[in-house]
Design a protein around this ligand. Structure first.
Ligand SMILES: [Zn+2]
Length: 772
């Protein structure tokens, strides 16, 4: 699941002097007095057969469900299903004589009493007739969401879709609503024509009668109940294939094939990629993706992913807002999350960390190794911000009060960073494209194969490492998964020219506490001389203070400490300007150059001119856009005439990420006429929506009547939703009645639900500012 599509473009270097000192101790996650475990089961559900008619006008479901279950204990007579806000009409045991069973609702539980005690050897078919009106709970606690047009939104489509995570499916059918049981499922759903229903597995039958259409889907692969889904709408369907399997995209009417394929067209390539590196072919009958109205992010329903309709985009948006990460993330869940599923929510990283990591792997496959490393770096930064600003917690944590709390940056982004580190530790630092022959991927293949269609916890990963490599990596999991934080390395080094030895001293400066340990990690070092010599070493850092004497034939001009940024860390190295310049201009490692850009942006006044010159060259010439972005940000931090000129020049770069970063950095110069003129030009004419939106935000900061008029005119031209978001944010900076009126208008009569919601949000921000 990915609730929000996150593409963090800002680079906040987690390095020297980056201001990560914590003014106050991070707050505590969840509730220390709460310890969550999975509920114990008394039966196993083999199959759910859900027959239901959807009444769109009333927002009501009429269900007739048969649950096939087996007792797990001798003498089962009374048991419960999760069920909420549903009217239970009858419960029957499906025997030859159809025995009526007594039941009682104790919302959210439906208690059923059988006619006698049943043994573990028996199989029961319990039939439940019910109806209910499950709407009214806002996303993401939706259960079922009914989407209908109304007076304020006549263009809104007619749709109904489910949202099962974490335990929402019992709002539309009684079930064991926890992931620790796996069942096959059949959904036989009737909707008014011309709606069609997308659900899990294979479509085995479609019937039409009296203006109604019924779709019968069967998913044979056992799965946790939150992965059962329906999505009904007046879909237009476009199809591709992966091997012999259908890969279908269901989009709202009016969306052309080019638009659908822009978002989804790489899906078969992604399926081949994951099947190869994980060594398990795509496991289900088909793969469908639906673009649902008012949905947030995406959800990995088994073989039938639901995605926000807003991920569809035009050709201009592709450079800044591609669907790539969202689509690959949800697809990867079909292996990690759906085929194997955490037994309980404290292990949610086994789904979300893996999907986030897998998305980065596909990004690397598609765009190259630097793009992979850059994405992992962004994951590290996102996780570090949560650690610094909200709380520190272990990845596996039972102290959540509601499952939603566990879906945080520690689970997703730190989870991804930890998997990258695990691969680094297991593969002893091998760089390059992933291969199924690597120890890390062989281990994952074993883990997937052993637990296929079952449940897992983190110990199963440790066991898979033992089984496939013989290695004991329990210590790694203790540090990175069962405890919190990350190492804060402070590194000093000196060259002993008499002995030809580099003395490298490493301190771990993190404050040790109940959940923050000293970290034991192998660290790669690369030494560079001024005349092009290069030498590598590996040290094992595990103490609070350690000095390593490393034979080195030359005095290094600079040293890369963890050159590919495998380790989630804070790093402080006191380097002179000439070392930073050499590193930024000449280092082979993209991450090391990026690190140098950040450090140059924090240089002293005495070094300002030389740093600006180097950063200007890096901004113009570095081969990787992420380094150019970091250079633009650093120039924005340094300021001055030369930095301003370099940033203005960058507005002509072909890469939209770089232009957008330059626009953001130019925000500090917006009061200067040449800059505001250039930003106005960007807002009107740049090919990139992200650059246009960033320019609108900058111009909002300008606060002049001319800027307000420009924003107003741009809004009247009904730009894309992304540009509109920037314009509306820009308006919120004005303390002005006219700006307020425009925001009010857009919040009620903007062209889409998203634009109305965005305008309402910025209106609220504007009002909050006025009340301060
Ligand atoms: Zn996810």
């Amino acid at each position: 699941m990915r609730l929000v599509s996150i593409l963090v473009l800002s680079v906040v270097c987690c390095a020297e002097g980056s201001g990560q000192t914590k003014a106050a101790p991070p707050r505590v996650f969840g509730d220390p007095n709460v310890v969550q475990y999975a509920p114990s089961r008394t039966y196993h559900v083999q199959n759910y057969k859900i027959t239901a008619r959807i009444d769109m006008a009333k927002g009501e479901i009429f269900g007739d469900e048969v649950i096939t279950l087996q007792p797990l204990q001798a003498g089962l007579k009374t048991f419960y299903l999760d069920s909420s806000q549903l009217q239970i009409d009858s419960v029957t045991l499906e025997t030859a004589k159809k025995t009526a069973l007594s039941f009682r609702m104790e919302d959210p539980k439906l208690w059923i009493t059988l006619d006698r005690e049943y043994s573990r050897a028996e199989t029961l078919n319990v039939r439940i007739a019910y109806h209910g009106n499950p709407e009214g709970r806002p996303f993401p606690d939706a259960g079922l969401s009914f989407i209908r047009p109304d007076a304020s939104a006549p263009d809104r489509p007619l749709e109904v879709w489910s949202y099962g995570w974490p335990q929402n499916n019992h709002y539309w059918f009684p079930c064991w609503d926890y992931p620790n049981d796996k069942s096959s499922s059949e959904t036989i759903i009737t909707v008014p024509e011309p709606l069609s229903v997308v659900s899990n597995g294979q479509l085995v039958k479609t019937t039409h009668s009296k203006g109604l259409a019924t779709f019968d889907w069967i998913e044979h692969v056992p799965h946790s109940v939150y992965l059962v889904s329906i999505a009904a709408g007046p879909w237009t369907k476009y199809s591709q294939r992966y091997k012999s399997k259908p890969v279908d995209y269901y989009v709202p009417p009016g969306i052309d094939e080019a638009t659908a394929l822009r978002s989804f067209g790489l899906t078969p390539d992604m399926m081949a990629f994951y099947a190869n590196i994980y060594g398990i072919d795509y496991p289900y009958e088909k793969y469908a993706q639906t673009a649902d109205h008012s949905f947030g992010g995406g959800t990995e329903n088994i073989s039938a992913t639901s995605l926000a309709e807003t991920t569809l985009h035009d050709a201009r948006a592709e450079q800044d807002y591609p669907s790539l990460d969202l689509v690959s993330h949800e697809l990867a869940h079909q292996w990690f999350g759906d085929l194997i599923t955490e037994w309980s929510w404290d292990d949610a990283w086994l789904s979300e960390g893996f999907a986030t990591f897998s998305a980065a792997l596909y990004r690397g496959h598609h765009e190259g190794e630097d793009a992979f490393r850059y994405q992992i770096f962004q994951d590290q930064q996102t996780a570090a911000r949560e650690d610094g600003e909200r709380y520190r917690r272990p990845i596996v944590d039972r102290h959540y009060t509601k499952p939603w709390e566990i879906l945080d940056r520690t689970t997703y982004q730190k989870g991804a960073a930890v998997l990258d580190m695990l691969r680094y530790v297991m593969d002893e630092g091998t760089e390059g494209a992933p291969s199924p022959e690597e120890p890390f991927f062989r281990m994952l293949n074993s883990y997937l194969t052993t637990h296929r269609a079952g449940n897992v916890d983190t110990q199963n990963l440790v066991d898979a490492i033992r089984m496939t490599t013989g290695r004991e990596l329990g210590w790694f999991f203790d540090e990175w998964v069962f405890q919190g934080g990350f190492p804060e390395y402070e590194v000093e080094s000196t060259y002993n020219s008499a002995r030809h030895v580099e003395e490298v001293t490493v301190h771990q400066r993190q404050t040790l506490d109940a959940i923050t340990p000293l970290f034991d990690m192998p660290v790669h070092l690369v030494f560079y001389s001024g005349d092009g010599k290069r030498q590598e070493a590996v040290v094992r850092v595990h103490q609070k203070d350690e000095t390593f004497s490393l034979p080195l034939s030359f005095p290094p001009l600079w040293t890369d400490f963890d050159p590919y940024d495998h380790i989630f860390k804070k790093l402080t190295i006191d380097e002179p300007l000439d070392a930073l310049i050499a590193r930024g201009e000449r280092d082979e490692s993209m991450m090391s150059r990026l690190w140098a850009a950040g450090a140059l942006g924090r240089c002293t006044a005495a070094d300002h001119a030389a740093a600006v010159k180097t950063l200007s060259e890096m901004l113009a010439e570095d081969s990787f856009y992420g380094v150019r972005v970091a250079s633009a940000q650093a120039l924005g931090e340094l300021g001055g005439e030369a930095a301003r000129q370099a940033l203005l020049l960058a507005l002509k770069q072909p890469d939209s990420h770089v232009r957008t970063a330059a626009v953001v950095a130019l925000g500090r110069f917006v009061q200067e006429a040449t800059v505001s003129g250039a930003l106005l030009e960007v807002m009107h004419n740049d090919e990139s929506y992200a650059a246009q939106a960033a320019a609108a935000r900058d111009l909002g900061q300008l606060g002049t009547p001319q800027a307000l008029a420009a924003l107003e005119a741009a809004i009247a031209a009904k730009p894309s939703a992304h540009v509109m978001a920037g314009l509306l944010e820009g308006l919120s900076h004005f303390n002005d009645a006219q700006a307020k009126t425009i925001l009010e208008q857009q919040s009620t009569s903007g062209t889409t639900d998203d634009i109305r919601a965005t305008a309402a949000r910025w209106l609220k921000t504007m009002q909050a500012k006025r009340e301060q």
